[in-house]
Design a protein around this ligand. Structure first.
Ligand code: SAH
Ligand code: DHB
Ligand code: MG
Length: 225
């Protein structure tokens, strides 16, 4: 099967079920104009994130890796009016584009963008005793996924869901010689999830406009502290 057909199928379901609007189109346009990498989730994946947020009744969402704010806006729209997305971004130019997009979306009051390397920000959130998050979307530098998983466990509660993007990477997750830091990050994270009694998890491969990749999904099933 070809990339072309995968994209056509995404087009079909996006037209039938997902839709788009001026705000989401503007995010994509301003991101390209600003030279950001086109690494945002697809429309169908953005809708999946929003549906997961609704399924768990999320009021507080943590996102690691904002880029231009495309996934952030999908997540923020799934929140009740008093809900909040906290999104972490290391790159100042990405953060600038994202902030403008949140303002354009009318969601600036529901989204808190914390600029700087995520590991430092996560330490700070914990020190400050941040209230638990109901959904965590991990979509930043893959070598740090094991550390992001540790933080996510400390910042969530029973019933929270963890979503990790890009866990398949054209099948690389099962290949290689251990020298690819991104792949190793995903594999160590997977082993940690497997050994973690507080999580029940699966991973799904996807094909579509972003090629062959996938998500890992984990539900927090026992108390965290
Ligand atoms: N979630 C976005 C895509 C994120 S792309 C969407 O689907 O729309 C990954 C982002 O993570 C990039 O913007 C990159 O700058 C950011 N990033 C990479 N390493 C990071 C780090 N250590 N801390 C915070 N952000 C990081
Ligand atoms: C890459 C990162 C992503 O988060 C993504 O969804 C696609 C690609 C990358 O670094 O290549
Ligand atoms: Mg991603």
């Amino acid at each position: 099967m070809s990339q072309e057909r995968w994209t056509e199928v995404d087009d079909y379901f996006e037209a039938a079920l997902v839709g788009s609007d001026d705000v989401l189109e503007a995010v994509l346009r301003t991101s390209v104009e600003a030279g950001l990498p086109e690494h945002q989730v697809s429309p169908s994946q953005g809708k999946l994130l929003a549906l997961l947020a609704r399924l768990v009744g999320a009021r507080r969402i943590l996102e690691i890796g904002t880029l231009g704010g495309y996934s952030t806006i999908w997540l923020a729209r799934a929140l009740p009016e008093d809900g909040q997305v906290v999104t972490l971004e290391a790159d100042a130019s990405h953060a600038r584009v994202a902030r403008a997009n949140f303002a354009r979306a009318g969601l600036a009051d529901r989204i808190e963008l914390l600029e700087g390397p995520a590991l430092g920000t996560l330490d700070r959130l914990q020190e400050e005793g941040a209230a638990p998050f109901d959904l965590v979307f991990v979509d930043a530098d893959k070598p740090n996924n094991p550390a992001y998983l540790d933080h996510a466990l400390r910042l969530t509660q029973v019933g929270s869901v963890l979503v990790f993007d890009n866990v398949v990477r054209d099948g690389a997750v099962v290949g290689g010689d251990g020298s690819d830091a991104k792949v190793e990050g995903i594999r160590r994270m997977t082993e940690q999830i497997a050994a973690e009694p507080r999580l029940s998890a699966t991973a799904l491969q996807t094909v579509g406009r972003k090629g062959w990749d996938g998500f890992a999904l984990a539900l927090v099933i026992e108390p965290t502290d």
